[in-house]
Design a protein around this ligand. Sequence first.
Ligand code: SF4
Length: 343
Amino acid sequence: MSPLLEVDDLRVEFGRGPDTASVLNGVSYHVDEGETLAVLGESGSGKSVTAQTVMGILDTPPGRITGGSVRFRGEELLGADPERRRLLRGESMAMIFQDALSALNPVYSVGFQIAEQFRFRRGMSRKDAMVRAAEMLDLVKIPNAKQRVREYPHQFSGGMRQRAMIAMALALDPELLIADEPTTALDVTVQAQIMELLDELRRERGMGLVLITHDLGVVAEVADRIAVMYAGRIVEHTDAASLYAHPAHPYTRGLMDSVPRVDDVSGAPLRPIPGLPPSLSAIPNGCPFHPRCAHAQDVCTDEVPALREVGSAHQAHQAACHFAEQFVAQDPDRPTTHEVVSR
Ligand code: SF4
């Protein structure tokens, strides 16, 4: 059976001529039914552009898809009829964004905005659609949903607005949900509640979930697999337990070392990754991470490392580093997923 979603060698550029920015440079991943794939990386790594391309909402121009494939249940989406893509959005695949306040329309009640989908996609009456909207708010655990369905976004707290966005995304029972930094604007307690809710809904509905984040701690307990992105490429990809226990790419190790650990009482300062991600219109030759990598050798400036298998025969684990085997074998006492927290 084909995966729910397959992204294969996806390439996207922005701009023209000497200012062309290669935003995606051959991104491939897949998501199965009922599975959570976390896509991790710093801002500008290409996580959100990949999601927007999958959803068919990439602004073109300035974006330009220059290669690759996006298949949903085996159906090619790139180049598909815009009406077909519009139908798939909401019905089969949905996306939630990090800033719920900007995503919700301030002049309509929250319930009205959820109910619109039932009216226009399911042909329900206004009254029935509002009843379903209240049921959706109840599903995402908003207290007094029947009353609150008539309230406006500014009357909801940040956590409740994000729950309302989740309710809106799930209204038409999609098979795939893409959550783009769904907890970034929220405090730590609410972050945990939202992640629990997404995980619960995924399990109950058998949805595929793509969770985009820059925070290793947020996905530690909910991701089945993790794809780490850097400069528009996937640089490491494996199951969550293997990634935390045996990170094979120095960038992944850098991300992990910059996250506080609950079991670390040494008081030692965190170790941030030096420097900044490269400009996508001037990606360094060779390994794009080499200017920031403490382990860089001559070969790293000359040859782009391919994403290749570095795991055991029983464990799929890919990394794009010339020396990945050395790193994967190090540090038998790295933290488990349970020991990695964001705060
Ligand atoms: Fe560092 Fe070289 Fe590996 Fe790139 S290929 S991550 S520069 S060691």
